[in-house]
Design a binder for this molecule. Structure first.
Ligand code: B12
Ligand code: SF4
Length: 483
């Protein structure tokens, strides 16, 4: 039986956007790992012919029709997140018109299954983890049984180490293009579940994984996946997609012991952390395993807002975590959230002061979007306080650009007023990064050159030429701040 898996994540970035939108915009290059897990488990069965379509690589609807027609698959499985919902439905409609059996899954499908079921374009909307579910559904299709329109699964993978690596199922286009412009990075999911309860996200993790227990892979298995990436895709940096990589100290110790003990040269790492799951010991462990940067969801400098968001991190914890992070020489990256109901000028001032104090290397602002699957959505939607003309309006890239989100009782004029000073902070952070890069290059340069010696050779013509060459070289050093 032939199955086509379709990634429909083209909201905001558009068709034909794969790796084209600009460095740093991960929507354009990130691989849909969940879908790749499904492809890998299906292929592992040895009886399915599985291919993959990524809408970011197609010119539009016509090419999609053509691909689906030529592909000749029996089943089409679609995956997308909330902003791309309408594109996902388009895929379902076209596939249905061609007489295919259509499945849909992912976080949006799990949070709002009725919305997708009511379109009539999907034979089954899968709620929750997909690996066992898709195999069960394929079994039903093979037996010719009718599929339940909404398929709830409680059959979760107990031992994540048993899953094949998603990259074993990458279609060829992913290895030739996916990582280049971004310095060859790849994402790994080391665990499923999260200890946090943030109001703008929780309970999506619970809906997905049906359990509050967090499942972890073994350090050996994670390292093996890293080395698979390194050897097969020349990956130099791994981003951990885990929401809070630092929550389990015992696991981190084991991971460190394994990496150091086995002398395996893993790529460098970037991870997500929370201030209440971060201390000197964790920083030390991360340093030892080659972590370079950390992303913290600080979100706000206002204790009142932190409480509203249910961050479970105090302002003091955030400041302390930032300090430790810098002391250990990590790149400190801060995620901040604006446009929260009841947020006032006072709160923005506190956020600004907080950033001035911690001086992050990178700041990312998001205008709050109450995604389906989050407590904010569950609270605001029934009160009619979420207003959008298409699902694309949920995209945080869109809300940030407009300085306007989709919550009715938020003062977006105030948000717009503050976006400017916040942006200037981003520019400052950007310059700071460039200066750091420059300092680094100057240090390398200085370590090669004895300046007194240079002064002496400057008096002789042939040696002067050498000096000119060195100046040429210094241009290379200055290049990063001119970019
Ligand atoms: C990496 C990542 C991305 C990547 C890749 C996205 C992808 N589709 O994989 C990129 C950068 C593109 C991305 C973008 C966005 N992301 Co994101 N992302 C993540 C992150 C950190 C990891 C995803 C992952 O690999 N999970 C692990 C795998 C195993 O799980 P999975 O992807 O959910 O897949 C499983 C199931 O969902 C299911 N499944 C998935 N597809 C299908 C299809 C079928 C047919 C079936 C049967 C099953 C099935 O089976 C899979 C295996 O179990 C998650 C957080 C998280 N922990 O999940 C957020 C997360 C998914 N992202 C989120 C958000 C908000 C976004 C954005 C909307 C942000 C924005 N710009 O506003 C954008 C949307 C972009 C777009 N244009 O549509 C939210 C989702 C909210 C929502 N309601 O959709 C999450 C949950 C973060 C959060 N905690 O709020 N993201
Ligand atoms: S935002 Fe991150 S830390 Fe908070 S609940 Fe969601 S996944 Fe967990």
């Amino acid at each position: 039986m032939k199955i086509t898996l379709v990634y429909a994540g083209v909201a905001r970035v558009g068709w034909d956007s794969f790796n084209k939108f600009g460095v740093g915009d991960d929507d354009c290059w990130a691989i849909p790992t969940g879908l790749m897990y499904l492809k890998a488990v299906l292929q592992q069965q040895g009886k399915y012919d599985v291919d993959m379509i990524d809408l970011r690589m197609l010119s539009g609807e016509e090419e999609l029709r053509e691909k689906l027609r030529r592909g000749g698959s029996d089943v089409v499985g679609v995956s997308f997140l909330t902003p791309s919902r309408d594109f996902g439905v388009l895929v379902g409609r076209i596939a249905k018109e061609m007489g295919k059996t259509t499945l849909v899954g992912g976080v949006h499908a799990s949070a709002l299954p009725e919305d997708l079921a009511s379109t009539g374009y999907f034979d089954a909307v899968v709620v929750g983890e997909g690996e066992n579910a898709i195999l069960e559904i394929m079994g039903l299709i093979e037996k010719g049984e009718k599929l339940p329109t909404i398929y709830h699964t409680d059959n979760f993978i107990e031992d994540l180490d048993q899953l094949p690596f998603p990259a074993t199922a990458y279609p060829p286009i992913y290895d030739t293009h996916a990582f280049d412009e971004n310095g060859r990075m790849a994402g790994i999911v080391g665990s499923r579940g999260c200890p946090g309860r943030c109001k703008y996200c929780w309970p999506s993790q619970f809906i997905m994984y049906g359990t509050k227990k967090i499942r972890l892979r073994s350090p050996e298995n994670v390292v093996a996946e890293m080395m698979f990436f390194k050897h097969n895709y020349d990956i130099r940096r791994i981003i951990f997609y885990d929401d809070t990589f630092t929550w389990n100290k015992a696991w981190l110790r084991k991971f460190r012991d394994y990496v150091i003990g086995s002398h395996i040269p893993i790529p460098s790492l970037a991870v997500n952390a929370r201030a209440n799951c971060f201390d000197e010991e964790i920083a030390g462990l991360l340093k030892e395993i080659g972590c370079i940067g950390l992303w913290f969801g600080f979100e706000s400098g206002s204790p009142r807002i932190l409480q509203i968001l249910k961050k479970q991190c105090t302002l003091e914890q955030n400041i302390k975590a930032a300090k430790i992070c810098k002391e250990y020489g990590f790149d400190l990256n801060a995620n901040m959230l604006v446009g929260i109901p009841s947020e006032t000028e006072e709160d923005y001032i506190l956020s600004y002061k907080f950033l001035e104090q911690i001086e992050p290397l990178n700041v990312r602002y998001n205008v709050l979007s109450p995604y389906p699957g989050s407590t904010f959505y569950e609270e605001l939607a029934p009160m009619g306080l979420i207003e959008y003309s298409s699902f694309e309006d949920f995209d945080m890239g869109v809300t940030y650009k407009k300085g306007k989100g989709i919550i009715k009782n938020v003062d977006y004029e105030l948000v717009k007023k503050w976006i400017k000073p916040f942006r200037s902070f981003m520019v400052e952070a950007h310059l700071q990064r460039r200066v750091q890069e420059l300092e680094h290059r100057v240090n390398i340069f200085n370590s090669f050159v004895d300046w007194k010696w240079v002064e002496r050779i400057d008096r002789k013509p042939r040696l002067k030429k050498l000096l000119q060459n060195m100046l040429q070289w210094s241009k290379w050093m200055v290049k990063p701040i001119l970019r």
